[in-house]
Design a protein around this ligand. Structure first.
Ligand SMILES: [Zn+2]
Length: 367
């Protein structure tokens, strides 16, 4: 019977038995000579045999266990300290290994794409029993994959313990994957990392001064850009501030009284706050919402999820005093404010007229 269990290894005998979705193969390795693993000298003087159980790739959902019967040989090199050696089966089975190389590679290929728990669970359905810890051990033993030097990188904070300890994450923006985690977020650490990677041409970062200094010192050749997430976040906050500032005036009824009255089947609108009432700050709004949800019986974690904020923030709002409103801000002083009475008099006496052309808009003094 010919069966390719270990390719290119001459087999002398093969027996297959099966029991409850498991196949047991006994394989005699028939090589008459082999090199000594210590000195490399070829030996053909037979000493004895030894057996080893090795797990191999499953056959569909049935586990495969191979019992290898392998020769032990004498080493005839008088200078070799090893007088007896076991025939090696590498690369098909590693020395002292209990798993075939191709089974290890099968698990590792899988583990690169999903979690160790998932690999262990799915492998069990194929008859391969192993723990998630073993999957991680296999993964860590794999050689590091090699990639081209990074050209465009993004750097940002990485919370090791949110609110307490932060690291820095470095992302290769061309391959869209994390390439390093730095132990802290100081400018010195980031600058050292950037200096070690002279291939970098563009650094995408937030607008904090620390990362700007780090990029300036560590990669002066690189162009610094603000990343899209922070740009959109800044834009969102600016728009939110703008609408919060203008919203009380936007809801003011028009002087002509031509505002549309609500349909009769709708409840009347709530009374709008007076114009001199300052609008609620985001903190006041959140404080009120937190207490409203807590009064409704929601837990801290539920409130945090509902409002999209941190649980620590919710707890602080629940035990802390209500936040104070910002004092209303007056209009910014203008450059012409001191001259306003004079300009008003000139205008009323007809000595000023508007000047509007392609380049200029203003007032012109007549005479
Ligand atoms: Zn030897």
């Amino acid at each position: 019977m010919s069966l390719s269990i270990l390719p290119a290894v001459p087999t002398q005998d093969l027996t297959i038995t099966d029991d409850d979705h498991q196949f047991f193969l006994t394989l005699w390795i028939a090589a008459s000579s082999a090199p000594c693993p210590h000195c490399g000298q070829i030996s053909s003087r037979f000493h004895s045999t030894y057996t080893r159980q090795v797990r191999d790739l499953p056959w569909s959902d049935a586990a495969v266990s191979v019992e290898l019967v392998v020769s032990k040989l004498w080493c005839d090199n008088p200078d070799c300290p090893q007088s007896i050696f076991c025939m090696r089966l590498t690369p098909w089975v590693p020395a002292y290994g209990r798993r075939s190389t191709r089974l290890t590679e099968w698990i590792a290929d899988w583990a690169w794409t999903t979690s160790a728990e998932e690999v262990a669970a799915t492998a069990a359905r194929h008859g391969v029993t192993l723990s998630a810890s073993t999957v991680l051990r296999i993964l860590r033993a794999q050689p590091d994959p090699t990639f081209p030097p990074p050209r465009i990188v993004g750097i940002d904070d990485w919370a090791l313990a949110k609110g307490h300890r932060y690291a820095t994450v470095v992302v290769d923006l061309e391959r869209h994957c994390v390439i390093d985690i730095l132990p802290d977020r100081t400018a010195e650490t980031v600058a050292v990392w950037l200096r070690e990677h002279p291939s970098i041409e563009t650094v995408s970062r937030d607008r904090a001064v620390g990362y700007a200094n780090a990029a300036h010192e560590g990669a002066p050749q690189a162009e610094q850009v603000a990343d899209r997430w922070h740009l959109l976040k800044n834009l969102e906050e600016s728009i939110e501030r703008l609408f919060r500032r203008v919203s009380p005036f936007a809801k003011e009824p028009s002087p002509g009284g031509d505002a549309e009255s609500p349909p009769p089947d709708l409840p009347p609108e709530e009374e709008q706050p007076a114009l001199d009432t300052p609008p609620l700050t985001p903190r006041q709004t959140r404080y009120a919402a937190v207490h409203q949800l807590a009064d409704a019986g929601l837990k801290v974690s539920q409130i945090a999820r509902e409002l999209g904020c941190d649980r620590k923030t919710v707890r602080q709002d629940l035990i802390g005093p209500p936040p104070e409103a910002h004092p209303p801000r007056g209009p910014h002083p203008r450059l012409l404010d001191p001259f306003e009475p004079l300009l008003q008099r000139l205008w009323e006496n007809g000595l000023l007229r508007p000047l509007i052309n392609n380049d200029t808009r203003g007032l012109i003094l007549i005479g």
